[in-house]
Design a protein around this ligand. Structure first.
Ligand code: CIR
Length: 262
């Protein structure tokens, strides 16, 4: 059944620029290959279109190496969009760069003014609530400000914890449908998904926990066969997309787009 938390009409993406090699990463596992990343990004956009998205592709921003990860700059909901305040100092300026694209679409665009910080990668919207994970990038002051804005639109915000050493809350989980979450075991062990059905990523395949449901398709990183089979066996339509280069920058499927209905 269609559900506003994964039924969308539009998406915004931003093409990677050559400065991507300077993107933030927790551990250096090698320099991302721009040509491979461009191919993967084109595949990602084509798959969104296959899923029914009208995609706005923004141009590269060479001054912001992580700008391809547009998800962190905003939260898009039915009532409007909210501009985030990234906790990573080098990413703060990305917000002003995404704002015009959102104002062109939404009648109402709110913004976090601070002093706190929230990155979109820490926000999981389900049909019942908005879960926000405290992390190195998202702090209690930011969550309080976000909660106040969301309350006006009638959303309940629940604060949860991101596992230590994990970049974002959604690095470790994804929405599969109204009642079902894909999660790593280490995150689900916190009990934060007690009221949902949980499908675990397979041991050793934690890096595919960040995927997206867009209408009837699941876009997931390629190379995680046990988890992919679990999803297919559960009835989901899965499209695998190479994510090797984004993974070097701790990025996955959700980071690469803002998804919404307009
Ligand atoms: C960063 O560290 O900010 C980027 N290299 C990766 C951001 C990934 N975004 C996301 O998970 N939403």
């Amino acid at each position: 059944m269609s559900d506003p938390s994964y039924s969308f009409t539009h998406a915004i993406t931003r093409r990677p620029g050559s400065s991507i090699i300077d993107g933030l990463r927790a551990t250096d596992t090698g320099t991302p290959d721009l040509q491979q990343m461009l191919r993967d990004h084109a595949d990602y956009v084509a798959t969104l279109i296959e899923a029914g998205a009208k995609v706005t592709e923004l141009p590269p921003l060479e001054g912001f190496p992580d700008a391809v990860f547009v998800e962190d700059t905003a939260l898009c909901l039915r009532q409007g969009a909210i501009l985030m305040r990234p906790g990573a100092a080098t990413r703060a300026g990305e917000v002003a760069e995404i704002a015009p694209a959102l104002r062109a679409i939404y009648g109402e665009v709110l913004e976090l003014k601070g002093p706190g910080f929230v990155e979109g990668g820490d926000i999981l919207t389900t049909s019942r609530e908005v879960l926000v994970g405290l992390s190195e990038r998202t702090d209690p002051a930011g969550v309080d400000e976000l909660a106040a804005l969301l309350a006006v639109w009638g959303y309940t915000l629940r604060v949860v914890e991101t596992p230590p050493g994990v970049l974002h809350f959604k690095t470790d989980c994804s929405l599969l449908d109204a009642d079902t979450i894909l999660s790593t075991k280490r995150l689900a062990a916190s009990g934060c998904f007690a009221d949902y059905t949980v499908i675990h990523t397979a041991d050793g395949e934690e890096a595919c926990a960040n995927l997206i449901r867009y209408n009837d398709l699941i876009l997931m990183p390629a190379g995680f066969p046990i988890t992919a089979k679990r999803l297919i066996d559960a009835g989901y339509s899965v499209r695998e997309i190479n994510n090797s280069e984004c993974a070097k920058l701790d990025g996955g499927m959700s980071c690469l787009s803002l998804r919404f209905s307009a």
